[in-house]
Design a protein around this ligand. Structure first.
Ligand code: GLN
Length: 190
């Protein structure tokens, strides 16, 4: 499975490494033409406003919506989750607006800006090590969004058809099982 990592801004190399460890082939994506050859696309963590701005500038909004419209899977982590959301709690304009959820940015406040924890994730047998960095939270989900994980009663991972999101950074540990789950989604889509 060839999985692209949107390489406009953010944690790209780490995702490529995790995809490769999970048995796929990770590639950095800088041009929309590259999407044609991919089985799935990851939108990484970074700064969602910057990623959104660059996606608009380089034609990725249309191209990624088309890609997802064909049933190909998208995986948004941290800022990538924000980019996928239909609604932002702050009232800011949504970016891709594909996933039926309301997201709060930087939802942990100053005290807990960055931390690590173990999380139970649906579809993964034993707890997953999760790194949170100025992370968003999913405040509300609608339609057929399936909640995959919660931290202190707040939603931190979810799935809607071919869309997967996590508030945390699964690419910053050696535990690549969430990338494995995404590879399974790509296999099914094919
Ligand atoms: N705080 C960032 C944002 O709101 C997300 C942080 C991250 O991706 N680690 O875009």
């Amino acid at each position: 499975m060839k999985i692209g990592v949107l390489a406009l801004q953010g944690a790209v190399a780490e995702h490529i490494r995790s995809i490769n460890l999970a048995g796929g082939e990770g590639v950095a994506v800088k041009r929309t033409e590259q999407l044609d050859e991919l089985d799935g696309l990851i939108i990484p963590g970074g700064e969602s406003t910057t990623i959104g701005k660059l996606m608009r500038k380089y034609g990725f909004m249309e191209a990624v919506r088309d890609f997802a419209g064909k049933g190909k899977p998208l995986f948004g982590t941290c800022a990538g989750l924000i980019v996928l959301a239909e609604r932002l709690e702050s009232g800011e304009e949504a970016h891709l607006g594909l996933m039926n959820m309301t997201v709060a940015r930087n939802a942990f406040g100053r005290q807990r800006e960055s931390f690590e924890t173990e999380l139970d994730v649906k579809g993964i047998e034993t707890p997953l090590r999760a790194v949170f960095i100025r992370a968003p939270l999913i405040k509300e989900v609608g339609g057929n969004v399936e909640v995959l994980s919660a931290y202190k009663d707040e939603i931190v991972a979810a799935k809607q058809d071919n869309l997967l999101v996590s508030s945390f950074h699964p690419e910053l540990t050696d535990d690549y099982r969430l990338h494995g789950l995404f590879l399974d989604m790509a296999r099914q889509a094919r």
